[in-house]
Design a protein around this ligand. Structure first.
Ligand SMILES: *Cc1c(COP(=O)(O)O)cnc(C)c1O
Length: 358
């Protein structure tokens, strides 16, 4: 099996090796040291300010999205959010559920975000901006310059779901004025699912301290307090946190975030340069290095996903909902190589020769 989905993805050897070991007890100075090291390396890779804090929540990315909406935002806020697909829609639903006032900019499938989209929202009393910097469902990466300019001009708190973009694309938390960055263990971190990560600026931490939160498990105040000594309020996914530690240290030894991003970019570039002769069209105006969204012309995209899985042992990522027949996605994150790309291209060519991909 080769896994070209967008998560969970294939793990590198240092992560796989730890998966075979017993999970240790965690209320120890040894585990606290691992957690503090994780915090520092995430901050370094996110280019976060030195006074930023990191919370590791046991829960998938959505747990962190929800806890940020609950802890960082409040009744005094008026949020502007970008809704260009199912992850933008998730922020919409979370704001609705938690009674946060918001307006949204809906983008058609595959469309890039431009400064013109934001112009009507200047000086309208917004206090915060929520965005999935890479809307993984459609494979569109929003321009961080357009977003940071708008947020600075309007004095907005900037919350970025970078779950599928962190490590795959450039990310500069401090330079871009990002207050909250969210990522997850099963995307470019290439670990098993179960941990999501929230990086918080000093301003975001201050907001958390002053908001009462009606949740025990998703309360970031207790997570931050325990995090000061490298601990968590409840039993975390200890094994996954150890795998994250091994992965972060391996990346650091190989040259850091720039090396990792360049590697993912090269694999994406290689794949994209080899699909020209196939009856497929790229379905995004602005791609992340993490994913190539492909539109089929005269066949069902979901059928292509199924045949690749069942007959070739290759997993691509099907789309959900109304896009399922039109778009499938090829991920470039996780332990993949250009030779893996060759196997996928050969399989797609074979499907075209057989008249299935058309
Ligand atoms: C994967 C992903 C999430 C989180 O999904 P979970 O299934 O909860 O891990 C959120 N936002 C984006 C942009 C994603 O790619």
């Amino acid at each position: 099996m080769i896994n070209f989905t967008v998560g969970p993805v294939q793990s590198p050897p240092e992560v796989l090796a730890l998966g075979q070991q017993h999970v240790p007890y965690f209320r120890t100075p040894e585990f606290s040291r691992v957690m503090l090291e994780n915090e520092n390396l995430i901050k370094t890779f996110a280019k976060a300010p030195t006074d930023a804090r990191v919370v590791f929540l046991t829960g998938s990315g959505t747990a962190s999205m929800e806890s940020v909406v609950m802890n960082v935002l409040g009744a005094e806020d008026k949020v502007l959010l970008i809704n260009g697909g199912s992850f933008g829609q998730r922020f919409h639903e979370l704001c609705e559920l938690h009674g946060i006032a918001f307006e949204e900019i809906r983008l058609p499938t595959g469309k890039a975000l431009t400064a013109e989209h934001l112009t009507p929202y200047e000086n309208r009393g917004f206090t915060a901006f929520l965005v999935n910097i890479h809307e993984t469902s459609t494979g569109v990466r929003y321009n961080p310059d357009v977003i940071q300019d708008f947020c600075r001009r309007n004095g907005l708190l900037l919350v970025v779901d970078a779950i599928s973009s962190f490590l795959a694309d450039e990310f500069r938390m401090e330079d871009w004025g990002v207050d909250v960055m969210i990522t997850g263990s099963q995307k470019a971190l290439a670990c098993p699912p179960g941990i999501s990560v929230i990086v918080l600026s000093a301003v975001a931490v201050e907001r958390i301290e002053k908001h009462p939160t009606k949740s025990m498990y998703l309360d970031l105040k207790s997570a931050l307090k325990n995090g000061e000594r490298g601990q968590t309020p409840f039993t975390p996914a200890v094994g996954t946190l150890l795998q994250i530690n091994a992965r972060l240290k391996a990346m650091e030894a190989q040259g850091g975030v720039e090396t990792e991003t360049a590697k993912i970019a090269a694999i994406a570039q290689d794949f994209r340069s080899r699909i020209a002769s196939l009856p497929l069209d790229i379905a995004s105006e602005a791609m992340s290095n993490a994913v190539t969204p492909l539109m089929t012309r005269n066949c069902s995209a979901y059928d292509i996903f199924t045949v690749l899985k069942d007959e070739y042992g290759i997993w691509v990522c099907p789309n959900g909902g109304e896009l399922s027949e039109r778009i499938f996605r090829v991920g470039h994150i996780g332990a993949l190589t250009c030779e893996d790309n060759t196997r996928l291209i050969d399989a797609l060519q074979d499907l075209a020769d057989r008249g299935i991909l058309k």
